[in-house]
Design a protein around this ligand. Structure first.
Ligand code: FAD
Length: 467
């Protein structure tokens, strides 16, 4: 007989697991949440939240450099980096406390320790010298992901760092070489450039942000150049030598070797699913060739009563995707008929300017057989963007010319991360560009650009000449 029993056992307290546990609690399921390290997971401790805290502080510093554009003279600006990191860690502590309260308030029992399967419905949890067993009618695997490395650049936490160490460095590196021009590498590269580092990004593929709309990437690349960030595509990092502050990295750029001197190397080549030590085979489960736990559109694994959610089941590796899957699984366990629908799944990159997308790109829409058209509105024509001194970028809607249905939104520009909310709702609701165009948007706000892009799709934009 197991030491504890419950209706639902959730393994991993990231945004997938803790949200699922809260929803299970709301649905009156006796729930236990097991976590080995961090309540809040990667997202809260070494991901979304600390990175966005530092990105915000760094952007503030960058803005101060341009304060005179607004008629404000600022002198003697300096950075107390340890204090900035302390502020970042303080936010994490506050939010962790909030989640703990929410778990308690929804009658979820939290058990700290490392979980591993001993059978399809029983898990052993070890914390130091103590071990307990928990039997559950349903088990949700929400063990997330960990940074991937590349063999010639093994992480040592000093010379070769991952995003985890980049969030708590003791000092701002004078020079930083970023291997991997995906979203984490670019967010962190821009952040350190805003703090004064000389940043170089090397990306093996032929464009930064591989897989993203080429027009968005071109606009971002221009802004990176203006910030003095050196970017190389078709560039394969091969070896390194030296110590912190004095590293030489050999990179094959467009076929020829080049040496880059740097203080530290940040490797951001992706993340891999985390099932290490979970003994999932004892539950009768197997991962796929890339290490993900295969699931159907109800997040059910091949074993009845075992579900998996979040980064451990596959892309997109995003916190809100993990949370949505967590809620759906909780409702399925409670007897509701639910499936996960990824149609309106936004993705945001907190670069400068920000990028946000949802739904289909123009080429995807054409491939799917839509008579796809676009409506585009530049932030340079937005009064609110002008008042913020942030006019780079555009708002683009992709729509079906026949039905006028909104199929996607691609944004690069100020507050894209917030503007994508309305775009996501439009897709979720099956809205047409006419619906958005007819909706009164407050003036002067950046939300008017959503409306103007929809109007542009109809040839009716007011603040640009329609073509
Ligand atoms: P995780 O958050 O990884 O949580 C898994 C939890 O399981 C961890 O707490 C781990 O300790 C625990 N665990 C693992 N194994 C066991 C075990 N055997 N027993 C007990 N516990 C276990 N996403 C966004 O949407 N927006 C962003 O802006 C964003 N920024 C990011 C920035 C960075 C630098 C990084 C690294 C990631 C970022 N992400 C962002 C991605 C986001 O953090 C992940 O998609 C999200 O955390 C996945 O949630 P999850 O619940 O699946 O897993």
């Amino acid at each position: 007989m197991a030491d504890k029993q419950c209706d639902a056992l959730v393994i991993g307290a990231g945004p997938g697991g803790y949200v699922s546990a809260i929803r299970l609690g709301q649905l009156k399921q006796k729930t236990i949440l097991v976590e080995k390290a961090w309540i809040g997971g990667t997202c809260l401790h070494v991901g979304c939240i600390p990175s966005k805290a530092l990105i915000t502080a760094a952007k503030f510093h960058e803005k101060l450099k341009h304060a005179s554009d607004f008629g404000i003279n600022v002198q003697g600006v300096s950075i107390d980096f340890p204090k900035m990191v302390h502020w970042e860690r303080d936010i994490i502590e506050k939010f962790t406390g909030g989640i703990k309260q929410l778990l308690k308030g929804n009658s979820v029992e939290t058990v700290m320790g490392v979980a591993r399967f001993i059978s399809p419905n029983e898990v052993e949890v070890t914390n130091g010298n103590s071990t307990i067993t928990i039997a559950a009618k349903n088990i949700v695997i929400a063990t997330g992901s960990v940074p991937s490395g590349i063999p010639p650049f093994p992480f040592d936490g000093e010379r070769i760092i991952s995003s985890t160490e980049a969030l708590v460095l003791p000092e701002i590196p004078k020079r930083l070489l970023v291997i991997g021009g995906g979203y984490i590498g670019l967010e962190m590269g821009i952040m350190y450039a805003h703090l004064g580092s000389k940043v170089t990004v090397v990306e093996m593929m032929d464009q930064l942000l591989p897989g993203f709309d080429a027009e968005l990437v071109r606009t971002l690349a221009r802004s990176l150049r203006q910030k003095g960030i050196e970017c190389h595509v078709n560039a394969k990092a091969k070896t390194f030598s030296g110590t912190v502050g004095n590293l030489n990295v050999t990179v094959e750029v467009e076929g020829s070797d080049r040496i880059f001197e740097t203080d530290r190397v940040l490797v951001t080549v992706g993340r891999k699913p985390n099932t290490a030590g979970l003994d999932i085979e004892k539950a009768g489960l197997k991962t796929d060739a890339r290490g993900f736990v295969p699931v159907n559109n109800k997040c059910q694994t091949s074993v009845s009563g075992i579900y998996a959610i979040g980064d451990v089941v596959g892309n997109p590796m995003l916190a809100h995707k993990a949370s949505k899957e967590g809620e759906i699984v909780a409702e399925i366990i409670a007897g509701h008929n639910r499936v996960v629908d990824y149609l309106a799944m936004p993705a945001v990159i907190f670069t400068d300017p920000e990028i946000a997308t949802v739904g289909l790109s123009e080429s995807e829409a054409k491939e799917k057989g839509y008579n796809a058209g676009i409506g585009k509105f530049p932030f340079g024509a937005s009064a609110r963007a002008l008042t913020q001194g942030a006019t780079d970028g555009y708002m683009k809607v992709i729509f079906d010319r026949d039905s006028k249905q909104v199929l996607g939104f691609h944004i690069i520009g100020p507050d894209a991360s917030d503007l994508i909310g309305e775009a996501t709702l439009a897709i979720e609701m099956g809205s047409t560009v006419e619906d958005i165009s007819l909706t009164v948007h407050p003036h002067p706000t950046l939300t008017e650009t959503v409306m103007e892009a929809a109007k542009a799709a109809l040839g009716e934009a007011i603040h640009i000449v329609n073509r």
